[in-house]
Design a binder for this molecule. Structure first.
Ligand code: IPE
Ligand code: IPE
Ligand code: MG
Length: 255
């Protein structure tokens, strides 16, 4: 293994008492990675799929319970049709290739986004991969495709309104907990850490509700270059943060 790929030194620094329950990643920078190499953008997306494989592996290794990755946003449909088509094909290919490994590693596949808006072939591949990994218990890997935080909230509001119209939900009883139960992440822990590579300092419509108190980690590294070391570096940075959730530091330290 090349020296740059070794990460035992970082693993040794992890504080098991401060492990996040959920890490979310905005997989950005594929296009710029390809451009820097005079390659088509599609080559960047392919390399991005490799980065995802590495990230899943290291997250499984540190026994992270939930990893969510942003693969395609509701806004990404605005891209050139050829790129969109390539991404959809890549997504299907990734699912086909990864199911066996996910089963070996006891990883269950989850989905965030509007499935109804996906091409039938993507939907089929997703349903298949989800069914094939449904019994796995060690880690949940959520892939966000055709996902937008505002779209997710809109769909949730529609469902809540429909339930209210049927008498199943009483308006006065609508709570944060109930809203959370109608989101794509229903009954999952909120992300503790959101990682965005590629130097962009924005959330781009990812996990708007769930990320209310997430620690944010930005890095210049482009997603296809993201290594296991990068994931562990972000995790160690997270472990050094002081999460106050609105309280004073004195209150937190007393506990
Ligand atoms: C992320 O990389 C992949 C998707 C959004 C599908 P980009 O394709 O956005 O890469 P950049 O931002 O152009 O470098
Ligand atoms: C965010 O990346 C979406 C995904 C990584 C899937 P974008 O490249 O689409 O985000 P913007 O357009 O730069 O905000
Ligand atoms: Mg981008």
């Amino acid at each position: 293994m090349a020296l740059s790929e070794q990460y035992q030194d970082l693993l040794a620094q992890i504080d098991p008492a401060k492990m996040p329950r959920h890490i979310a990643v905005i997989m950005d920078g594929n296009g710029r990675w390809a451009k820097a190499r005079n390659l088509p953008r599609t080559a960047g997306h392919k390399a991005g799929a490799e980065a995802l494989r590495r990230t899943v592996e290291i997250c499984r290794e540190i026994e992270l319970p939930v990893l969510s990755v942003y693969a395609f946003s509701t806004e990404n449909w605005l891209r050139p049709l050829e790129e969109v088509r390539f991404l959809m094909r890549l997504f299907i290919e990734y699912l086909h290739n990864e199911v066996a490994l996910m089963n070996r590693q006891q990883i269950r596949l989850g989905f965030l986004g509007d499935k109804d808006g996906l091409p039938p072939a993507v939907r089929g591949a997703l349903d298949e991969a989800q069914a094939a990994t449904a019994a796995n218990k060690r880690m949940l890997l959520n892939i966000a495709v055709n996902y937008g935080g505002r779209d997710e909230l809109t769909r949730a509001v529609r469902k809540i309104a429909a339930a209210a119209a049927q008498g199943g939900v009483v308006p006065a009883e609508i709570s944060e907990q109930l809203i959370g139960d109608y989101l794509d992440t229903a009954h999952e822990a909120d992300p503790d850490l959101i990682i965005r590579p590629s130097g962009e300092l924005r959330i781009s419509n990812f996990l708007l509700w769930q990320g209310a108190y997430a620690e944010l980690y930005f890095t210049q590294t482009l997603w296809p270059d993201f290594t296991k070391r990068d994931l562990l570096t972000a995790l160690l940075d997270y472990q050094g943060r002081r999460r106050r959730f609105g309280q004073t530091q004195e209150q937190i330290s007393k506990d």
